[in-house]
Design a protein around this ligand. Structure first.
Ligand code: NDP
Length: 241
């Protein structure tokens, strides 16, 4: 895939998987619109690579259309920003559940609507990758909202693929297992916690952010021109073990 001239909007580009994706795209010649909520992250990203920054909190659903309007048109979208609040099922509150769903599921849907409307009005094709999770198909303790949000994101991905295929718009998700972003390193540095999980992964290790980014770029690219509606496990074989 020649990324030259391709314009890609990446959310969650300040850290972790989103940042790795933004940097990889820029290194391969794409022009990147980087969206995140922390201005310091955007500044450090701009020192690392050329990008067009959008600083916003995606929880402000009503502002999404307005904030991204000046960045349109883009050729592709990566919905990567995500969050979680750990709570047992019994103590989950409507407020926290709604917040996680808004950031992980509703914001990607609203942003995709803005971009797809623009593509349809201009007669353009496009590709979208939603960053979901292995958690979409699991029942992880203390992750009621997170598991729900990612399962719903996979469902939206399938519906979008079906509805938008005739317009030449492809929509897929990637579903990573534990990825060693700075937050992942912190959460999984204790071997007592990490080793039993790694033991269930046929490739016997966790992921680097770049390994998820490679899968995202593949699904965005013309090499995946007949791939749409899938949730791609990027998990060292965990899904089949
Ligand atoms: P990080 O926390 O490292 O990075 C997430 C980025 O998204 C940060 O820049 C963060 O900004 C930004 N972000 C979060 N909430 C918002 C918001 N409301 N508005 C705008 N930007 C926001 O996460 P990861 O890279 O680990 O995760 C990226 C995606 O991958 C998420 O969707 C996550 O669910 C998914 N994933 C991660 C896995 C892992 O093990 N790391 C495994 C499976 C899936 P800020 O720092 O200011 O919060």
């Amino acid at each position: 895939m020649d990324w030259t001239g391709k314009r890609v909007l990446v959310t969650g580009a300040g850290k972790g998987i989103g940042r790795a994706t933004a940097v990889m795209l820029a290194q391969r010649g794409a022009s990147v619109v980087a969206l995140t909520r922390n201005p310091d992250d955007l500044q450090s990203l701009q020192q690392e690579m050329k990008c067009e920054p959008i600083c916003m909190d995606l929880a402000n659903l009503d502002r999404i259309g307005e904030e991204v309007a000046s960045a349109l048109p883009v050729d592709m979208l990566v919905n990567c920003a995500g969050t979680t609040i750990l709570q047992s099922f019994i103590s989950s509150t409507v407020e926290d559940f709604t917040h996680v769903l808004n950031v992980n599921t509703v914001a990607p849907m609203v942003l995709a609507q803005v971009i797809v409307r623009d593509w349809l009005s201009r007669g353009l094709k496009g590709a979208i990758v939603n960053v979901s999770s292995d958690a979409a198909r699991r029942g992880l303790a203390n992750h009621t909202a997170y598991c729900s949000s990612k399962a719903a994101l996979d469902a939206i991905t399938r519906v979008m693929a079906v509805e938008l295929g005739s317009a030449g718009i492809r929509v897929n998700s990637v579903n990573p297992t534990v990825t060693l972003t700075p937050m992942g390193e912190l959460a999984w540095s204790d071997p007592l916690k990490a080793d039993p999980v790694k033991a269930r992964i046929p490739l016997e290790r966790f992921l680097s952010p770049n390994e998820v980014a490679e899968a995202i770029l593949f699904l965005l690219s013309d090499e995946a021109s007949m791939v749409t509606g899938i949730s791609l496990p990027v998990d060292g074989g965990l899904a089949v073990s």
